[in-house]
Design a protein around this ligand. Sequence first.
Ligand code: PFF
Ligand code: NA
Length: 450
Amino acid sequence: MEKTSIHGMWSSRLAFILAATGSAVGLGNIWRFPYLVSDNGGGAFVLVYMGCIFLVGLPVLIAEILLGRHGRRSPVNTLLDLARETGAAKAWAGIGWIGIIAGVLILSFYSVVGGWTLHYAWLYLMQLFGGAPIDDPAAAFSALLADPLELTFWHAAFMLLTVGVVALGVEKGLERAVSFLMPALFLMLLLLVGYGATTGHLGQAAAFLFQPDWSKVNGGVFVAALGQAFFTLSLGMCTMMTYGAYLPKDVSIPKTGAVVAVADTGVALLAGLAIFPIVIAFGIDPAGGGPGLIFTSLPLAFNAMSMGVIYGLLFFGLLFVAAWTSSISLLEPATAYLVERGRTSRRTAALSMAALCWVLGLASVLSLNVLSDVRIFDRDIMGFIELVASEIMLPLGGLLIALFAGWALKESVLREQLKGLSPALFTLWRWLVRVVAPLLVLAVLLNVLF
Ligand code: PFF
Ligand code: NA
């Protein structure tokens, strides 16, 4: 009998690809990637980032999925089972705890930004029915950030939509949501790149994205690029491990992993090619845009174009959908863990974790206004949570996952899970997770800490 997960199973390979791509493609690609490119010198950052994706990200992604599928439980319990099976120390289950804590921290601010996207999608929807246009986008964005109640409202709405899906379970919730949201997302993205091409600035945007200015590369660029590689592929916090636990046995992990990594990278680059032409066309300096980049520059363009309201609705709708399919994957690991501990239904488990993340998110809300002067290690509260979770905990979790899969798991288990991979690629993957990925991550982590 094939071992299955008590939480449910993806009904097909395609369902897993949609769910995992849905997790990967999110605010990380369309909001964070463009402003990181913009703040870290353009092309040089993009090249370092792509190196991180394929040398570290993809191998760790494969490791996470295979650990999940072999264990078939929530991360903490999967790691406990596998440690027992291999005779490794129980302490490896700490990876699962890093994952749960990082997930809670990330969801807390992710939902706040998800709320911005919902707010903007709503503003454009209302414009279709005669609502007021966003005349001065920079002022409108500042006004939104200055209003804790407004932010809290949209943060709550976003969190409710997230928990609504997770509470319904793997097949009826997650799989059903991604199977219509992901096709919609790709359609919206293609329409927007099509528009970017009509501005006549596609070439300049491509130059900004792909022509490296090596003088801009320093330790900080590597830290940001590696952190972004983990964040964008949803790695290091056992999300992909959890999704892997629901993956049918006959599906090829390396192939599906590669599809997910390529799709995620493709969406980030396409988002850059959709956004920077517009930014440049409106005379905005693409360098140094910061987190407000898309919220302040794109509405200018939408105001000036014919059918701009439709494009605005499409863009922020796209961003919201992308964020939504990621936030459900942020909530799933902790929910599955609570269900396995017993005495809780999935619904209660999902609701209580979401409530916790919502309350923690209020710290991020307040850091944008009332508490904006508070500085921890030179960042505001939201920036500090982001630093701890995505630049420290995700790489650390990824490092440990790579070591566990590479050194502790039995070779027979690896071969069974990676059946179909050629011997040469198997060896390549194994040395990437055993040595290359851990060393690169370690170098970057030391750079963050010292
Ligand atoms: N990958 C998502 C994005 O790029 O927006 C964010 C994310 C989702 C990070 C899930 C981590 C995670 F576990
Ligand atoms: Na992503």
